[in-house]
Ligand binder design. Structure first.
Ligand SMILES: NC(=O)C1=CN([C@@H]2O[C@H](COP(=O)(O)OP(=O)(O)OC[C@H]3O[C@@H](n4cnc5c(N)ncnc54)[C@H](O)[C@@H]3O)[C@@H](O)[C@H]2O)C=CC1
Ligand SMILES: O=C(O)[C@@H]1CCC=N1
Length: 264
């Protein structure tokens, strides 16, 4: 039995992915704070929604998906109830395996995961790290759960905050970029719907080329950039506005914020 505790946006995305991957609804239980949320989860996915206490007692694998700020309270609530040897997977930004171990008991196997919202379309990037008492079998179990919804990579836990900044938040940067490009289309007089179509298909095409061609992004960009042409005029402006430096600073800020989150 797999339990998802705190089934909000990320928890529900993982839940729907597990169901798409063929896990039976009877094999998954969820918890939610509000009754309307519990009803919605039952109706949408046909899973049982129970209390945190019941989930902690009956599940073999617990997926903790509350906000980082709510993690200490949740762990305190379930600490006395989780039977020995259960795998605990935490998907919260900034929450270390040591943070979970210190509240659930020092020998609990914990795997820390940072995934992202493309889990909804089975294209997630999930990075995983083992806690002090999680071994190969625990990592494999976590991989088994996450692989049907995207790519999974093992990384040292010391890199989790950086991964949170890069791939956890990553989709938001691309959506932001799309918004900005669509605004540019509007500025140039394009109808909004057409501009959104053009930008979306350009980003999808570019992403697939990047993933499937094996080419370095610089080579792919150079292939678009004709001498004396249009693209280099745009790139010159991006450079003038220090867009690359802005990305470096932004992602560094996200990494720093991730490392602060466990302390509230
Ligand atoms: N949204 C995203 O793109 C990503 C989020 N995450 C992580 O996933 C976690 C959840 O984020 P979201 O799903 O965006 O937030 P959310 O607010 O949509 O979901 C959290 C849910 O937990 C519930 N909750 C809080 N305390 C609870 C308790 N004691 N018992 C039962 N339910 C409780 C809340 O009512 C809410 O529905 C966070 O820790 C975040 O760092 C990780 C990767 C990406
Ligand atoms: O913004 C956040 O804190 C979460 C973690 C990664 C993506 N969203």
């Amino acid at each position: 039995m797999i339990a998802i505790l705190g089934t909000g946006k990320m928890g529900e995305a993982l839940l729907s992915g597990l169901l798409r991957a063929g896990v039976a609804p009877g094999e998954i239980i969820a918890t939610a704070r509000r009754e309307e949320r519990a009803t919605a989860l039952r109706e949408r996915h046909g899973v049982r929604v129970v209390s945190n206490a019941e989930a902690a007692k009956v599940a073999d694998t617990l997926i903790l998906a509350v906000k980082p700020q709510d993690m200490a309270a949740l762990l305190d609530e379930i600490a006395a109830l989780v039977p020995a040897g259960r795998l605990v997977i935490t998907v919260a930004a900034g929450i270390t395996t040591a943070f979970v171990e210190s509240r659930l008991g020092e020998d609990v196997p914990v795997v820390r995961v940072m995934s992202n919202t493309p889990v909804l379309v089975d294209e997630a990037m999930s990075v995983i790290s083992a806690g002090a008492h999680a071994g190969e079998t625990h990592l494999e179990l976590a991989e088994e759960l996450l692989r049907p919804v995207g790519k999974v990579l093992r990384i040292p836990e010391s890199q989790q905050d950086a991964a949170t900044a890069l791939s956890g938040s990553g989709p938001a940067y691309f959506f932001y970029l799309v918004e900005a490009m669509v605004d540019a289309g509007i500025l140039l007089g394009m109808p909004r719907a057409a501009a959104l179509d053009m930008v979306t298909q350009s980003i999808v095409g570019a992403a697939i080329m990047l993933r499937d061609s094996g080419e370095h992004p610089v080579i792919l960009r150079e292939a678009v950039t004709s001498p004396g042409g249009t693209t280099i005029s745009a790139i010159a402006e991006l450079e003038r506005h220090s867009v690359r430096a802005a990305f470096l600073a932004a992602i560094e800020a996200a990494r720093d914020r991730s490392s602060q989150l466990a302390s509230g």
